[in-house]
Design a binder for this molecule. Structure first.
Ligand SMILES: [Zn+2]
Length: 135
C-alpha cells in the first residue's frame, strides 16, 4: 500500500528522533550542559545554546495544551481522516510538541486532557509519534 500524504524531511539533527519512533520510543534532545529537554531537534540547545546534546527516551506522557479539529481535508489523501485532532502537547519533561490526538471521538477532546504517545507507521522509514487520551 502506498502512502500519499506529505512525509517529513529527515536530516542530521532529526534522524535519531525518527529512528527511535520507528522502534517505538519517543526520544527527544536533552542538553548535557543545562539539563533541559527540548523539541524540535536542532543543532543547539534553545535554552543555553550548547551543542552538547544527546537523545533521551522520555515518558511519552503529556497534557493537551491546545488543539483544533480538522474537518476539511488538506487534500484528497486526508479525506478519510477527517475529523481529526491536531494538538499542541506539553510533555511531562517540559517541551511542547505538535502532533495528533487519535480518538474515535474528536469532539470529546479537551484542553488539559492527559495523553500518552502511540506510534503510527506511515512507511518503512517514517513512523509518527501521535497521542491517545490516557485512561
Ligand atoms: Zn542547554
Amino acid at each position: 500500500m502506498s502512502y500519499d500524504k506529505p512525509l517529513p524531511v529527515i536530516d542530521h539533527d532529526s534522524a535519531p528522533y525518527w529512528d527511535a519512533a520507528r522502534e517505538g520510543r519517543l526520544d527527544i534532545p536533552l542538553c548535557d550542559d543545562c539539563g533541559k529537554h527540548h523539541f524540535y531537534p536542532r543543532a543547539v540547545c534553545p535554552h543555553c545554546f550548547s551543542d552538547k546534546l544527546t537523545f533521551d527516551t522520555v515518558s511519552g506522557r503529556g497534557t493537551v495544551h491546545t488543539f483544533t479539529i480538522a474537518t476539511r481535508p488538506a487534500g484528497p489523501a486526508f479525506a478519510d481522516d477527517v475529523p481529526y485532532v491536531v494538538a499542541l502537547i506539553d510533555l511531562e519533561e517540559g517541551p511542547r510538541m505538535m502532533s495528533r490526538v487519535k480518538t474515535d471521538d474528536p469532539y470529546g477532546v479537551n484542553i488539559g486532557d492527559k495523553v500518552e504517545v502511540i506510534f503510527v507507521k506511515a512507511t518503512d522509514e517514517v513512523t509518527f509519534p501521535y497521542f491517545k487520551l490516557a485512561v
